[in-house]
Each structure stands twice: as C-alpha cells, then as structure tokens.
Design a protein around this ligand. Structure first.
Ligand code: FMN
Length: 376
C-alpha cells in the first residue's frame, strides 16, 4: 500500500539517488556541451618563459620528480577530483587510476558524499586505491556537507575508503547557488572546518572548483590550518555554466549565464597563494598542456592539477589514452626546462618570466611588480 506521506527511509533513498544522479548529469553535461570559461582566461596566456638558446643540458636527464604529502610523483601532475558514486564513475575511476599507477602522478577522487549516503557506492571510489596502491590519492568532500554538520567519524570514513594521503574540502558557493538542490546555508563554516582539521590524521586541502581563491580566502585558509591549497581558478571548466545547463528555472539558467566567468583567474590566484600561504600549492583551473604546467610551477606552484581533459581522454574504455596524455604533458614540461636551462623543477621555479597584459596589471594592483619574475 502506498503511504500518503514520505517515510524517512523513502526521503533518505530519494536524497541518495539525487546525489548519484546529479553526479551522472554533471559528467554528461561536461561531455556534451562546451562548458569552458568564455571571456575570462586563466592568465597563463599573459605569461611567457624567456627562451634560452644556448644550453649544456641533456633533455633526457632533466628531473621532473617532486614530493607532495610524502609521496613521490614522477611528474608534478594531479588528476583533479571528478567523480565517483555511480556505475559510470566506476569505469572512469578505474581507467584513470590505472593510468595514475603507470605514470606515477597523483589523483583526486570526486565528492565522496554519495558513498557516505549509500555504502553500495563505495566501490566506485575504492577501485582507485586498489588500482594505484602506492600513488598519491586525495579524498574529496564539499564544504556544504561540513556546514550541514558532517561528523568527524564521517570524515574519517572518507579517508579510510581510499586510504587517502590527503583530503580536499571543496569550496563551491557559486556552483551551489546555481544548482537546483544546492547547499547555500554556509553558516558557521569557518569554525566547523577548523574543528574537522584540528582532529584529522591526514593533511587537508582547500579546493575551489573553477572560481579560484582571493587574498582574503588565502588568509582564511592559512588561519584554518589547511596543509594545501588547490587553486582551481577561472579560465577552465565553469561550474556556473554546468549548473546553468542543468537548471530547471529561468532564474537559475540566466544567473548561471551571467556568472559563467565569475572568479579569480588561475595565474593571479596562484601568485597570491605563493605570497600568503605556507603549504602545498596546487596550480589548477584551465590547465591544458605541459606549458601551462611549467608556467604555474614557475609562478610558484608545487604541482599542477587538471580535470576535464582527462575526462575526455579516458573514452571510458581504456587507460591508454590517459597515459598518452600524461606522456604528452611530461614531454612539454621537459621542454620548458630544456629551453630555459633548468635541469630540474627547482631551477624552473627560478626561470625568468615575462608577464604582460591583464595579469601584469592585476599583479600591480596587488602591489606585486611583474618585473620581479623577469629579473630573478
Ligand atoms: C565531470 C566533473 C566532475 C567534477 N566533480 C567534482 C567533485 O566532485 N568535487 C570537486 O572538488 N571538484 C569536482 N570537479 C571540478 C574539478 O576538480 C576542477 O576543479 C574543475 O573542473 C576545473 O578544472 P578544469 O578546468 O581542469 O576542468 C569536477 C569536474 C568535472 C569535469
């Protein structure tokens, strides 16, 4: 017999289904639409290395390795957290993690919220650790979940599910505000997050999803004692854009269009983090090749993150194209070193950079002279 009101079990089941279906819709929208930033760029286009034609280096001897959260990466690259929590995601995570294991890069999983809500969905995350037993694997949960009262036990479960080497808390107020069922009550978020961080056994990273972090955010991130910051600035995938396509009301649809390019460009946000944050800096948001990675490292990031190109690379049937993409990025980064006379990433970080255009203008407004990067 059908009951005229929802039982709490029904309500919970519907909520779980909503989370899982939403993650699937996100994947589909990203695969079928152009959801990249429109008129605002990462700022990496304003930055060039100074070419060095005369070098003593052997291209193949250049060392691209780096140590992040006590894990050695052969290439300073992390696949940014994308998915998990439905069958389709299992496939994606399977092939991505196979490639991660082979190429010795790092990987973040998507929000583990769905697996906290329904333990049947844990497998789509657990597969990552199974396939990449020794790799840097980063867990993921939304700040909205923490505002809603995520417990310390649940946070521990997130770590255990994938034996996470670090956990990213993603901050995505714009996305939530355009999302049909978004969490927009972020009351007391600072103190709730400080409390989670105080009691946790792994490093915790503050991660955006495509709007970057401001100077004021970076100070907050430092004060809340995060161990890392994953910039995810403007210039790549727009989550206002994705949610606007998914929205079912004209207000949300049009607001998503208006705010499509909202936020701090990746290059600017990364430089601000290098000045005001002490911890691991992941340069990300619109990273599309090894030259972008090289520029972010030269701006001061420790490692770079990239999401949507890996989604396209998997083709959902093999890890081989993902490995190919990583090899391509590796070669381009190696060339950045070769053509600037840098024998390792430490030297690349000191390579002179020409910064012009809007990025130079923005840096000056923050009191940072772009010439510092040229004359070092
Ligand atoms: C299909 C898809 C799903 C995503 N899901 C998550 C998520 O669950 N948690 C998260 O922190 N970021 C998520 N992201 C955001 C990415 O980690 C990244 O911040 C953003 O896409 C910008 O990077 P990009 O320009 O390289 O794509 C997702 C991205 C994609 C493409």
């Amino acid at each position: 017999m059908e009951v005229p009101y929802k039982t709490s079990i029904q309500e919970q089941e519907e909520k779980d289904l909503v989370t899982s279906n939403r993650k699937l819709a996100h994947l589909q929208i990203c695969l079928e639409n152009d959801v990249q930033a429109r008129s605002v760029k990462t700022g990496l286009n304003d930055i060039s290395f100074v070419h060095k034609a005369i070098t003593d280096l052997n291209l193949t001897d250049i060392d691209l390795s780096v140590e992040i959260f006590k894990k050695k990466l052969d290439i300073p690259l992390i696949i940014s957290g994308m998915t998990g929590g439905h069958n389709f995601a299992s496939k994606l995570n399977y092939y991505l993690s196979e490639a991660v294991d082979e190429t010795k890069i790092g990987m973040g999983v998507g929000s583990q919220r769905a697996a906290l809500e329904d333990s049947n969905l844990r497998e789509s995350f657990e597969i990552v650790r199974k396939n990449a037993p020794n790799s840097l694997i980063i867990g993921n949960i939304g700040s909205g979940q923490i505002a809603l009262g995520l417990s310390k036990e649940e946070f521990e479960e997130i770590i255990d599910m994938i034996e996470a080497n670090a956990v990213a808390i993603h901050f995505n107020p714009l996305q939530e505000a355009i999302q049909i069922e978004g969490d927009t009550n972020l009351s007391n978020l600072h103190s709730k997050i400080s409390n989670i961080i105080k009691n946790t056994r792994t490093p915790v990273i503050a991660k955006e999803v495509g709007s970057g972090f401001s100077l004021s955010d970076i100070n907050d991130i430092q004060n809340m004692k995060f161990s890392g910051i994953d910039i995810q600035g403007v210039g790549g995938t727009s989550w206002a854009g994705v949610e606007s396509i998914r929205a079912n009301s004209s207000i949300l649809k049009r607001t998503g269009e208006v705010f499509w390019d909202w936020g701090i460009p990746t290059a600017l946000s990364t430089v601000l983090a290098t000045r005001y944050f002490k911890g691991v800096i992941i340069g990300s948001g619109g990273v599309r090749n090894g030259l972008d990675v090289g520029k972010l490292l030269a701006l001061g990031a420790d490692v770079a993150g990239m999401a949507i190109p890996f989604l396209f690379a998997t083709q959902f049937n093999s890890s081989e194209p993902v490995v190919q993409l990583v090899r391509e990025i590796e070669y381009q980064l190696r060339l950045c070193c070769f053509l600037t006379g840098s024998k390792n990433l430490g030297e690349l970080k000191k390579a002179p950079l020409l910064i012009t255009g809007k990025t130079a203008e923005n840096l000056r407004l923050y009191g940072i002279d772009p010439k510092e990067f040229l004359n070092r």
